[in-house]
Design a protein around this ligand. Structure first.
Ligand code: DX5
Length: 222
């Protein structure tokens, strides 16, 4: 089952609530909230207030993607704000296992993200603990970037490891996902596609954009 996870980074912030409700009406099951601290990535976006503002407006799963240093310092606040899934970066803390346990102790789903230069072996010890692996297909920090094709073999390796160990975590990809790259990442093993600009910059609206992404993703060779 292929899923599209619209990223609000490219949404119209003057009407963020409506933009989230529009993708909910289009049938997605989640949105991704791109949290950036200006240190782990060269950009600053928003904190827990973005989650708490959206929480009462939608029944969608809210995925907080923490592109921040020391994510363990922010797990409580994003959980309290109403995030359903909290994704931390392997590169951002020496205490990945403890952070994942902390997320679970708060009743939330845990995701682990790896940047383009990070080999999957560095998350092998926690693959069985997480509900989602996020393979970054751009260097995090901005929307609208070029897809990094060198990440395709990595997606394949992550999927193969999950298969070999009979794990059930989702393989999510993020960055440069559009109608061209969607079938390529699905063929490599991704099942959740984060898309910001391909959804929110579409001239014919988010619903048509999501349907196009799904159609191209499902056309991937099995
Ligand atoms: C990290 C961000 C972006 C965003 C998706 O830079 O996490 O990847 O979600 O951006 P697009 O889909 O516009 O590449």
């Amino acid at each position: 089952m292929i899923r599209i996870a619209p990223s609000i980074l490219s949404a119209d912030f003057l009407r963020l609530g409506e933009q989230v409700q529009a993708v909910e009406a289009a049938g997605v099951d989640r949105v991704q909230i791109d949290v950036m601290d200006g240190r782990f990535v060269p950009n600053i976006t928003f904190g827990p207030i973005a989650v708490s503002s959206l929480r009462p407006l939608t029944r969608l799963t809210l995925e907080a993607h923490l592109m921040v240093d020391r994510p363990e310092d922010f797990i409580d606040s994003f959980a309290r704000a109403g995030a359903d899934t909290i994704i931390i970066h392997q590169e951002a803390t020496p205490h990945v296992h403890r952070a994942i346990e902390h997320i679970h102790a708060l009743g939330k789903k845990a995701g682990i993200a790896i940047n383009p230069a990070t080999p999957p072996i560095l998350i092998s010890e926690v693959l069985a603990n997480v509900q989602l692996v996020l393979v970054m297909t751009v260097n995090p920090g901005f929307g609208g970037q070029e897809f990094i094709a060198e990440t395709l073999p990595k997606i394949r390796r992550v999927r193969e490891t999950i298969r070999q160990h009979h794990l059930s975590c989702e393989v999510e990809v993020d960055g440069g996902i559009d109608e061209d790259t969607a079938p390529r990442v699905v063929e490599a093993g991704a099942d959740v596609l984060v898309a910001g600009s391909a959804v929110y910059d579409a001239k014919d609206g988010v619903a048509a954009a999501i349907q196009r992404l799904l159609a191209s993703a499902r056309a991937a060779p099995v």
